[in-house]
Design a protein around this ligand. Structure first.
Ligand SMILES: [Cu+2]
Length: 147
């Protein structure tokens, strides 16, 4: 009896694991190998006012709102002063360092405190999960002036 229940328990574990792997696979979206995200403006090293516009660039892919599952599309996320890249296998967090543009926006106006800041773009799929491979821009540094 003990042996039987152990086998069925193991069977259950194996089933649960394979189900998880199969369903997680469905959440990911592939990106074309030459897809690129980039910050059109400001430029790396640029001095900006407290409130400024950030323009998002994307090539070889299209922008679609969050929740819309279309091949080779995604929506932009602006990573602000994020030191370590997020987990590329999970939906991106919503916080002050990770801004979602789930409406399909290609620019935004942000206000930052005076000093140095970094900006980087990361595309997410319809579920806010980075693509495979991730479509990530170069990280730029900007300087916000005092006035
Ligand atoms: Cu998102």
């Amino acid at each position: 009896m003990i042996r039987m229940s152990r086998i069925s328990f193991l069977f259950f574990i194996v089933m649960a694991m394979s189900w998880n792997a199969a369903s997680a696979e469905g959440y990911f979206s592939k990106s074309p190998p030459d897809a690129k995200a980039y910050i059109i403006s400001p430029e790396d090293g640029q001095i900006v006012g407290k409130t400024f516009t950030v323009r998002f660039g994307l090539s070889k892919m299209g922008v679609a709102p969050a929740g819309v599952k279309l091949p080779n599309t995604g929506h932009h996320h602006l990573l602000i002063n994020l030191e370590n890249l997020p987990d590329m296998e999970k939906p991106l967090a919503f916080n002050g360092n990770v801004k979602h543009f789930g409406g399909g926006q290609t620019e935004t106006e942000i206000t930052l405190s005076p000093g140095k800041h970094t900006l980087q773009l990361l595309l997410g799929n319809y579920l806010h999960i980075p693509h495979k491979p991730p479509v990530l821009s170069e990280k730029i540094t900007i300087i916000v002036k005092d006035k």
